[in-house]
Design a protein around this ligand. Structure first.
Ligand code: PBG
Length: 341
């Protein structure tokens, strides 16, 4: 049966839309939003001391990588057409202040050097946070003890700035502060400039909710807080106006690009950001968004490919120029081989 224009009784108004949907080529002609491998960023977890790769339980298809596995990963991404990565590290040891994060021979610093020699053009975005490096798992350093401990914003700023400079020295193209400390963008910009790293750009996690969708990441990065939660420094998911203020603040502090996360639960904020600024906007389809699609697909409840593509398309349609997603390499491969539909 044809579902084309000859359907009897269709109104003139309905026909207006349908005339332009009659064939794959017509739909392609009028399509407003398109995904391209170059707009996708693949997150990578690098684990110190790991030989080869180790699968991440709650994120099927994603592995933690040892340094020696990175050249092969760079080649795989390049073949798929993905040109950018977001780097997270699992250090060999942790302490109260997260000093592994700014060690010149830290795991991400080493990874940047390995990746740079594997692919000189790869865009490397380095996460700037303390939670993977602190023994307590919080994104900043603590003041006080036990039940009364709080995250010390201003002391944390100094450490985040040190991390950013050390990642820039290692060769990161962009640093991406995700700790949600107030003033982190300004502190990092000032430190980078003082260190002669004026060319290193800042991708600011401007609106980052205290989201339950980060669960699988905390397993992957071994970064769950040992006590308490992140609700004092990450934003309340109920707040949209506050998110818009955070975006404005990061832009005023000198962010070159801004990021919104999680992505699908925050499409209103992606659209609001688009209306507010002309700097590039990134959205992060986080670990829980990925895991949910994987789990439903593994049960035969959702079509993995169709849902992955539709979710990324929705994020782009809302206004994101750049999408950080664990599907990056997989989707890029599909886009490369895809016929119009
Ligand atoms: C924190 C950080 C987190 C994510 C990115 N950076 C976790 C958190 O805030 O607890 C989550 C990303 C994801 O879930 O994929 N440095």
């Amino acid at each position: 049966m044809s579902l084309g224009l000859e359907t009897g009784g269709t109104s003139e108004i309905a026909l207006r839309g349908r005339r332009l949907r009659r064939s794959a080529a017509l739909r392609g002609l009028v399509r407003e939003t398109r995904l391209h491998p170059e707009m996708l960023v693949q997150p990578i977890f690098i684990q110190a001391g790991l030989a080869g790769r180790e699968p991440i339980g709650a994120m099927p298809g994603q592995d933690r990588l040892g340094l020696a596995a990175l050249p092969e990963e760079a080649a795989r991404l390049r073949a798929a057409g993905v040109r950018s990565v977001l780097l997270f590290g699992l250090p060999s040891s942790k302490d109260a202040i997260g000093s592994g994060a700014w060690a010149p021979d830290g795991v991400v610093q080493e990874a940047i050097r390995v990746l740079r020699s594997a692919d000189t053009e790869l865009v490397m975005i380095a996460d700037v946070c303390l939670c993977e490096y602190t023994s307590h798992g919080h994104c900043g350093v603590l003041a006080g003890n036990g039940e009364d401990a709080t995250v010390d914003n201003d002391r944390s700023l100094e450490l985040l700035a040190r991390i950013a400079v050390s990642l820039a020295d290692a060769g990161a193209d962009l640093v991406a502060p995700s700790a949600m400390m107030d003033g982190q963008v300004a502190a990092i910009r000032a430190a980078l400039d003082e260190a002669g790293r004026r060319e290193t750009a800042i991708l600011a996690y401007a609106a980052k909710h205290a989201s339950a969708f980060y669960g699988p990441f905390r397993e992957a990065a071994d970064s769950a807080p040992a006590f308490g939660d992140r609700r004092s420094y990450q934003m309340d998911p109920a707040n949209g106006r506050e998110a818009r203020r955070e975006i404005d603040a990061d832009l005023a502090e000198g962010a070159d690009m801004i990021m919104i996360k999680p992505a699908l639960p925050s499409l209103d904020l992606v659209a609001a950001a688009r209306a507010r600024t002309d700097v590039p906007i990134a959205a992060y389809q986080v670990s829980g968004e990925y895991a949910a699609i994987c789990a439903a697909a593994a049960n035969g409840w959702l079509d993995r490919r169709a849902v992955a593509l539709e979710s990324l398309l929705a994020i782009a349609r809302a206004g994101a120029d750049i999408i950080v997603t664990y599907f990056a390499a997989e989707v890029a491969g599909w886009l490369r081989d895809e016929a119009p539909r």
